[in-house]
Design a protein around this ligand. Structure first.
Ligand code: PAF
Length: 292
């Protein structure tokens, strides 16, 4: 497995792979890898003959009072995990490599970027789309793999790819959960054992929404109120939002007629966590079940 630090090295490797007629799958990450990331790598492996991953903690997607400095970093362990999963190469650039002095160009998906986490974290999605656009230009993958846990990120990246005609297919992979339902996240590393229990508020709220939905409730307000109430049953978690939106446009819904996204964000101490479930007609969303 090669580890590249510079853009020309990655381009050369990617172009060699693709000129050999191999499809290149790409898993962009910020490191601190867990089974959720590895499930993306494995999905890439099944669909592509070569797999690349990036490890880059992107400063542009962190707000001034967020956890950029303390974001978990464990490069050697991450490399080991990716090597074990037969990744062909890793791109791990420096901040200067990605954002040289004077870089002022950004990519914004208007409207969508201000919804869900974009409302609570102004500028976050602009940072995500800017770095993902750059990574796509640098790595030139055929298929890129993203986790459904960041459902708003996924919708925004899909829109960017469509609007700007990127020649990359976006594949979404199911949320990977701990046995008790907590969605895997690099930020779970911040949680004490007490916080860990409090963090279940997110999953509990979504399960309440899903239960009512399965019982036939289609009014989004009723579903959201019940979900918020279930969230509040725990003591120490603080709700940021629980919303029911269209999974592509992220527009708020009043009635759930077709597929809807129930998305929740909350704080446990200073740790911000997100989770979601897809509500699909009569059927239960596959990724809402614990997949471990
Ligand atoms: O989902 C993430 O880890 C990040 O937002 C991403 C897509 C790697 C961009 O920095």
């Amino acid at each position: 497995m090669d580890i590249f630090r510079t853009i020309p090295d990655v381009r050369a490797a990617s172009r060699t792979i693709r000129s050999d007629g191999k499809r290149l799958g790409f898993v962009p990450t910020m490191g601190a890898l867990h089974d959720g990331h590895l499930s993306l790598v494995r999905a890439a492996r099944t669909q592509c003959e070569a797999v690349a991953a990036s490890i880059f903690v992107n400063p542009l997607q962190f707000g001034p009072n967020e956890d950029l400095e303390k974001y978990p970093r464990n490069f050697d362990r991450d490399c080991e995990l990716l090597r074990n999963d037969s990744v062909d190469f890793i791109f791990a650039p420096s901040v200067e490599e990605m954002y040289p002095e004077g870089a002022v160009t950004h990519v914004t998906v208007e409207g969508l970027s201000d919804r869900l986490c974009g409302q609570s974290r102004p500028g976050h999605f602009r940072g995500v789309t800017t770095v993902v656009a750059k990574l796509f230009h640098i790595v030139e993958p055929d298929i890129a793999f993203f986790g459904q846990k960041d459902a708003a990120q996924l919708a925004i990246i899909r829109r960017m790819v469509r609007d700007l005609n990127f020649a990359v297919e976006i594949v979404a992979c199911p949320i990977v959960r701990e046995p008790d339902g907590l969605a895997m996240s690099s930020r779970n590393a911040y949680l004490s054992s007490k916080d860990r229990k409090a963090a279940l508020a997110l999953y509990r709220s979504l399960m309440e929404v899903q239960k009512l939905f399965q019982q036939g409730e289609r009014n989004a307000d009723v579903l959201m109120i019940a979900g918020r109430k279930a969230f509040m049953e725990g003591e120490s978690a603080r709700l940021d939002y629980l919303k029911i939106v269209h999974p592509d446009s992220l527009d708020s819904l009043t009635d759930v007629k077709e597929t809807a996204l129930a998305a929740v964000a909350g704080f446990v101490g200073t740790t911000r966590l997100i989770d979601n479930v897809l509500l699909r007609g009569e059927e239960v969303a596959v990724h809402s079940k614990a997949t471990v």
